[in-house]
Design a protein. Structure first.
Length: 742
């Protein structure tokens, strides 16, 4: 019998997990905007939308939305699917948008809640840095799945109120329209969400970095002042609270000439903060009017099946109608030249462009030059040449694209506040290597793949592996490019003897400069790889575990290179989840279950390795999944997905995630290394180490973060204890983390 055993997420910890970076980049969760019920009745109906603001694409070839239901009544699913079909006609992403719809008892008079499952900032292709984007929008902009296996939008509906499930827009005066509510909550998940909140009469951004969402970022007061401007309204201040309860908050359009602000509409900002409705709804419409879907209150008997032009325009400004600049920033050059080529590809939804140009300056934008780029035969691929006139020193620049309907897009999005920089002159910077070191290999793997990334301010000439077997240097392997950043190569190990041979390797990156600058990883020695034999699990199971006639799986760590295995958890089978059990048994016909598994059956399963498991801090363990199967009955099988093992950083032990900062070793004894993605910071930064009382232990001012993405701090003379390390650009803290000094 093959029961479903779906381990959706296994997170295991050995050691101190504090301060770990999320491998997907900077992310966090927001408060839930809520739709409150009113006992008022209204029988008006706004029918399906006209595509006045088109957020879709003629290139669309597959459904944009996928829905997973949790305890949802079947008739409610029909209404929700209808709402999804409306959004399918209005919005598009190349990455499917996963919605999880839940049916549960909500508190108080909350009719429904909707929100992004997570937010990301500083991901690949981020239009505005240090601003959080809802995951569905971030995935559209990045063009890839950022939270694989998890929902992008979570919608909750109260089970205690009377709902109308029809799709004809004719709810009785005693019921709330499910289609309208579903459209409303999906809109929150698409971007009508953020972090503004109130505490003790002060306004603040409810996240550790105190940064705005993209929705928060585009809010202005009636004096045209940006509410997220910290020089005007600091987080955790009475001044910010006064703004968000002023009844004078407007959402503004930014993609206009010279980035001038233009109001789209007024935002619901009552004089007393209302948690769940303030800010993240629209203001000023009587119920039943065309743009009233995003009003803060739901009314019985009202059906609004059109998001409205205002809502669609706001979503367009958030980024759902956008231009993605596929552009690699220009590398530094050592020799002064008359001209230098520029090329950019504009990924967009069928936009036609009036012109595309590069605006650049030799004197920090006291004066500017520009060059128009010409479109090649390839759609929206533009090329041109900057006139450098044999200039030496810095060249700062940005790219601007103007559509046929006079929408302005810039890259970087907030240019000229942020700019790209190219240097002309002698190169003095060594390449950087980012690599997941291979610590252990199974003896049956004869050609292990080695992946690494090398970056530099000039081009990388070559990236190679030097390796030794039993101390003897072998022929080097040159890594071939897998994509724009990561390279890969295989080391032949056919003659390895796992019991006796010693295997070591070293990576070397060399740039294309006159000096042939190079760097190695590790810096001063070869990295050793342990080769282990794979043990047959069958004998262990027969000796130590009674085989149950029902299928189950065990998660088992092994010590001493797998010579000793032990169970990490109790057996994990269909009885752990009522949905699995019901699906299997209800479809059981004699010896076979016809139930069909789906992604809604995945569940989270987390394990702490140091909590009465037999493992301790600093243990080294390998893991296996052990399945017992009863052959008397057959059906759908078990699977696991998104397995994550979190551990302390003690070396450069992973490829960089977008937006992440790497501190190692942590705990630190003498020297602390700091590394970040080459696009993480765009200005010189200050690096500050303080003790828990705020006393400054170390300070590094105006560090050139663009041309060197790593630095070392000498902490050998610092007393053992906990310390804080922060990086700031003079205006705000860009990153903050804890380190432990031994």
């Amino acid at each position: 019998m093959k029961w479903i055993l779906l381990l959706f997420l296994l997170v295991v910890f050995i050691g101190n997990a504090a301060g770990q970076d999320n491998p997907k980049g900077a992310d966090l969760f927001s408060d839930n905007p809520a739709n409150l019920k009113l006992n008022k009745e209204n029988d008006l109906y706004i029918s399906n939308p006209r595509k006045s603001v088109n957020l879709t694409s003629s290139k669309k070839i597959s459904p944009t939305f996928r829905v997973t239901y949790r305890n949802f009544p079947e008739e409610a699913k029909i209404a929700f699917n209808y709402a999804v079909s409306i959004w399918e006609e209005l919005i598009y992403s190349p990455v499917p948008i996963h919605i999880e719809a839940r049916w549960e008892e909500l508190d108080g008079n909350i009719l429904a809640k909707g929100n992004p499952s997570i937010f990301y900032n500083n991901f690949l292709g981020t239009p505005i840095r240090n601003v959080y984007y809802p995951v569905a929008l971030a995935e559209k902009i990045a063009g890839k799945d950022l939270n694989a296996g998890a929902p992008d939008i979570i919608c909750k509906f109260s089970s205690k109120y009377d709902w109308y499930y029809g799709t004809d827009g004719n709810p009785p005066p005693t019921h709330y329209d499910m289609v309208s509510s579903a459209l409303h909550e999906i809109t929150h998940g698409l971007g009508f969400s953020g972090f503004l909140n109130e505490r003790d009469g002060k306004g603040y951004y409810n996240n550790n970095n105190e940064l705005p969402s993209i929705y928060d970022y585009l809010l202005f007061n009636n004096n045209n002042q940006q509410i997220s401007d910290r020089s005007l309204f600091k987080s955790q201040s009475a001044e910010l609270y006064e703004q968000i309860t002023s009844n004078n908050v407007m959402f503004c359009k930014s993609s206009t000439a010279e980035q001038q602000q233009k109001m789209i509409d007024w935002i619901f900002a009552p004089p007393v903060w209302n948690d769940g409705t303030s800010i993240y709804h629209l203001k000023g419409y009587e119920y039943g009017q065309q743009n009233s879907l995003m009003a803060p209150y739901a009314v019985k008997g009202r059906a609004i099946h059109d998001p409205g032009e205002v809502t669609l325009t706001i979503l367009a400004e958030l980024g759902w109608k956008n231009v993605v600049f596929d552009f690699n920033p220009l590398k530094d050059i050592e020799k002064a030249v008359a001209e230098w080529p520029v090329q950019v590809n504009l990924n967009t939804q069928d936009e036609a462009f009036k012109n595309v140009k590069v605006v650049y300056s030799f004197d920090d934008f006291e004066t500017t030059n520009h060059v128009y780029l010409q479109r090649s035969e390839t759609f929206n691929y533009f090329t041109g040449r900057m006139n450098l006139a044999f200039h030496t020193g810095q060249v700062k620049y940005y790219i601007e694209a103007i559509t046929a309907d006079n929408l302005y897009y810039r890259h970087p999005a907030v240019a000229p506040s942020k700019l790209f920089t190219m240097n002309v002159g002698p190169d003095k910077f060594e390449p950087q290597i980012f690599h997941n070191p291979v610590d252990i290999l199974a003896g049956n793997i004869k050609e292990p793949k080695i992946h690494a990334e090398a970056s530099n301010n000039v081009r990388i000439k070559k990236l190679r592996i030097d390796y030794k077997i039993n101390g003897r240097l072998q022929e080097p392997v040159f890594l071939a490019s897998m994509d724009k950043s990561v390279s890969s190569g295989s080391i032949p190990l056919y003659f390895l003897n796992a019991a006796t041979d010693k295997h070591e390797y070293e990576l070397t990156a060399e740039d294309n400069s006159i000096k042939d600058n190079f760097t190695t990883y590790p810096l001063n020695s070869f990295h050793e790889v342990n080769i282990i034999d794979i043990f047959d699990p069958g004998g262990y199971m027969n000796q130590n575990r009674k085989i149950n006639p029902w299928d189950y799986v065990n998660v088992e760590p092994g010590k001493n290179e797998g010579s000793f295995w032990f169970p990490l958890t109790d057996k994990y089978n269909a009885e752990n989840n009522i949905n699995w059990y019901t699906a299997f048994t209800n479809s059981l016909n004699q010896e076979e279950s016809s139930a069909y598994p789906h992604e809604g059956m995945f569940v989270n399963h987390a394990v702490n390795l140091t909590n009465n498991t037999g493992l301790e801090v600093d243990d080294t363990a390998i893991f296996r999944f052990q399945l017992a199967s009863d052959s008397s009955v057959t059906g759908f099988a078990w699977a696991n997905d998104n397995l994550e093992i979190q551990k302390s950083q003690d070396n450069k032990n992973r490829l960089f995630a977008e937006g992440s900062i790497l501190l190692y070793p942590n705990p630190v004894k003498n020297f602390l290394s700091i590394e970040w993605n080459e696009q993480q910071f765009e200005t010189p930064v200050d690096i500050l180490v303080t003790d828990v009382q705020g006393k400054i232990i170390h300070r590094q001012n105006d560090f050139d973060s663009q041309h060197s993405t790593t630095t070392r701090i000498d902490l050998s003379s610092v007393n053992p204890g906990m310390y804080m390390i922060s990086i700031n650009d003079g205006n705000r803290i860009l990153s903050s983390d804890k380190i432990l000094k031994n």
